[in-house]
Design a protein around this ligand. Structure first.
Ligand code: NAD
Length: 708
């Protein structure tokens, strides 16, 4: 049968149940039925002593098909897991690759688990706004205890076999995947006659009620403080694990299913699933070849050892890639190295980095004194001053000195890649790799393609970014590219609202209540207000109609550059990062209002939230109209990973769809009257409002179809 996902194979005393649904053996609804049939066949075959569950395609089961979440599910009591675990003959899971989500739940229903050293296991459902729904919250605490079960379920992290063995999650680890079937079969036979002692359902959860109560209380406090956008799922998971401590497995499974049902179709869970698929979709760029066909970078260099260059060099070192750092002279290069050492040292002092790991990373960061020394690099990232002549010169030297095929990437945040690459003999190898600040922390890399950037360069830049544990998203080379361009109206509105009557404290509070980890003014103080000041100065030089922002300009001119200066939008006690309201800032705001003849008014929290975000939605629509982004969800991925947009809202465009384009448009009309022509909606927003289609369904108008 073409759709068959489980094959029953007899090997002497053993029946093998081989699960195959390439590439990762995701569970289909029919897989469960086939597993039930397979286990029944083994039970009924007198020649079979034990069954081994094993995956084809070098993996066990990478969970249920997420697209089917929210659909009908098999009730507890009739699931494959019930039958496996209650059977008379041993069933052992042979785990290679991934046993994640529903895959690990099936493995835990077995009487034993043998894994390869490279296998990884986890229950990642809470990251998608739900809880494990196949008995995971009931069996895991029985098997590994409440503390470890909470850690795995609430973090959603995967653990490797060595850790799983220590936890008691697996019984045996073997080095070679070739030996897996044999080892699992031998282990299964060794369990003959001992099945009853191996059923996790009958195991008590360890610890005293008091000890467990303390663990649950602490977990609930952490769940309340989460910044992951999945607070409801975390609380649901804690409730379910708590149920495992007091109820028999069958009753606990009903409780788990009930909690799952209350979560699966919530706004939060839908947004988290949307974000998950948006991230996967962003890896598909029209015309981009599969990145896996290219060798990955083994050696890299960074030209410009300032704020960004230092951060980018750190990401290379953290990915284990040797990198050479280079600036205008030895002194500037050494300052970059010192900046890196100081950042790592602060982490060592905080206890978030070991000094061994710091030494390992520092050893991977070398210093180069000339371009000849970086000639053999597989990738060079330029992070020098934001100046076209400087960048053109650097790329012209790089074109001469680097070996053919070296990726030549610019971290520019504003300059057209086509201008940087114009006339360069290696034009096809040049692209933008726009890291966000701080580069060693923020996950987004906007991969900016110029008109002459080759499809190979695009694919290799994606591959490199992923190797650096970043999230690459493609963008066209327009002013501000996609991420910053779509965010510009957000920044502007936030400032104009201050002039009209809002305060930094109100705006930060509203944005944090929406789910941002910190408000925009706090972010400004962390990043440094002098950067925006310099950008505004340049913009004002280029555009005589540029709307000046006197409040932040005045703060910078007073030396209030942010946290580093002890003052910015807020005041900071020496050595503290806690923002304190500062009457000096309120006075500056008042001064500017008086000068501009503005009578301040109270802005509602709704206006404070909607104005910056609605402004950004319109610009995002313009970007899509121009074909500068491939799809709306790419913009959402940029907001999630470049600007800390709250994941429980999915992303800017997903959030806008919940409000609806027509409601946004009505608000635009109203604001256009009151606030002026910057509130003119673009055609795409108008069309979408008229059609009633979601913004996220906007068909692609991507301007480049790459071919080599
Ligand atoms: P920075 O001023 O901190 O560092 C720039 C470094 O480049 C300096 O150390 C300087 O000595 C060096 N440099 C100048 N000319 C050079 C040359 N010809 N050869 C080698 N080194 C040279 O600036 P930054 O904030 O790190 O920004 C660097 C680039 O990254 C800019 O293009 C900027 O637009 C971009 N960027 C900055 C941010 C940010 O938030 N700072 C974010 C994204 C992108």
């Amino acid at each position: 049968m073409a759709d068959q996902t489980v094959e029953w194979i007899r090997r002497g005393d053993i029946a093998l149940l081989v699960i195959s649904n390439p590439p990762l053996n995701a569970l289909k609804p029919t897989t469960t039925i086939e597993l039930v049939a397979g286990v029944r066949r083994s039970e009924g075959d007198p020649g079979v002593k034990a069954t081994v569950l094993i995956g084809a395609n070098e993996t066990f089961i990478a969970g249920a098909d997420i697209r089917q979440l929210g659909g009908p599910s098999t009730p507890p009591g009739q699931r494959a897991t019930d039958l496996i675990d209650l059977g008379e003959k041993p069933v052992v899971a042979a785990i290679d690759g991934f046993a994640v989500g529903g895959g690990l739940e099936i493995a835990m229903a077995c009487h034993g688990r043998v894994a390869t050293a490279r296998a990884e296991m986890g229950l990642s459902e809470t990251l998608l706004g739900v809880i494990p729904g196949g008995g995971g919250t009931q069996r895991l605490p029985r098997l590994v205890g409440v503390e470890r079960a909470l850690d795995l379920i609430l973090s959603g992290r995967r653990c490797k076999s060595a850790e799983a063995l220590k936890l008691g999650l697996v019984d045996q680890v073997i080095e070679s995947p070739d030996e897996l079937e044999k080892a699992a079969s031998a282990f299964a036979l060794s369990l003959c006659g001992k099945v009853q002692t191996r059923r996790i359902r009958d195991m008590p959860v360890s610890g005293t009620p008091d000890e467990r109560a303390r663990l649950f209380a602490a977990a609930r406090r952490r769940a309340d403080a989460t910044k992951g956008g999945n607070r409801h799922a975390l609380h649901g998971a804690i409730d379910a694990v708590e149920a495992a401590c007091g109820l028999a497995l069958s009753e606990g499974m009903l409780r788990e299913q009930h909690i799952f049902g209350t979560l699966v179709n919530t706004v939060e869970a839908k947004a988290l699933r949307y974000a998950f698929f948006a991230e996967r979709e962003a890896r598909r760029v029209p015309g981009m070849p599969a990145s896996s066909v290219f060798p990955s970078a083994q050696r890299a260099a960074v030209v410009g050892a300032g704020t960004m260059g230092a951060g980018i060099a750190m990401t290379f070192a953290e990915a284990g890639i040797p990198v050479l750092l280079m600036d205008v002279d030895a002194e500037a290069t050494r300052r970059g190295q010192e900046r890196i050492a100081a950042t790592y040292m602060a982490s060592v002092k905080r206890g978030s980095l070991s000094s061994d790991e710091m030494s390992r990373r520092m050893a991977l960061i070398g210093l180069a004194g000339s371009y000849e020394q970086i000639a053999e690099s597989d990738a060079v990232v330029e992070a020098a001053f934001e100046s076209l002549p400087i960048k053109q010169k650097i790329f012209s030297i790089l074109a001469d000195c680097t070996k053919p095929g070296t990726l030549l990437l610019s971290n520019t945040s504003t300059i057209d890649i086509d201008l940087i690459a114009a006339g360069n003999p290696r034009i096809a190898d040049i692209a933008g790799a726009h890291f966000f600040s701080p580069a060693n922390v923020m996950k987004l890399v906007e991969v900016v393609v110029g008109l002459s950037t080759s499809a190979t360069t695009l694919a290799r830049t994606f591959e490199l970014s992923r190797k650096l544990a970043k999230v690459p998203v493609v963008a066209g080379s327009c002013d501000g590219f996609v991420a910053n361009r779509s965010r510009m109206p957000f920044q502007t509105e936030v400032q104009l609202m201050l002039e009209e009557g809002a305060s930094p404290e109100q705006i930060d509070r509203v944005m944090m209540a929406f789910g941002y980890p910190v408000g925009p003014f706090m972010v400004g103080d962390i990043a440094g207000l002098d950067i925006g000041y310099a950008v505004r100065k340049l913009s004002a030089e280029k555009d005589p109609n540029f709307r000046k922002l006197p409040i932040p300009d005045r703060l910078v001119e007073m030396g209030r550059h942010g946290q580093k200066a002890g003052a910015g939008w807020y005041r900071y006690e020496s050595g503290s990062r806690t923002p304190q309201q500062d009457p000096v800032v309120a006075e500056i705001i008042e001064q500017v209002r008086r000068e501009r003849g503005i009578t301040p008014r109270a802005l509602s929290d709704e206006e404070v939230l909607h104005r910056p975000l609605f402004g950004a939605v319109n610009e995002a629509c313009r970007i899509l109209e121009e074909g500068m982004a491939v799809r709306p969800s790419d913009i959402d991925v940029m907001w999630l990973h470049g600007f800390g947009f709250p994941r429980q809202h999915g992303g800017l465009m997903h959030w806008a769809d919940r409000i609806g384009a027509s409601a946004i448009l009505r608000q635009y009309d109203h604001w256009a009257e009151r606030l002026g022509p910057r509130w003119s909606p673009c055609d795409l927003l108008i069309e979408t409002a008229r059609s009633g289609q979601p913004l996220c369904d906007t068909p692609t108008r991507w301007h480049l179809q790459h071919r080599d």
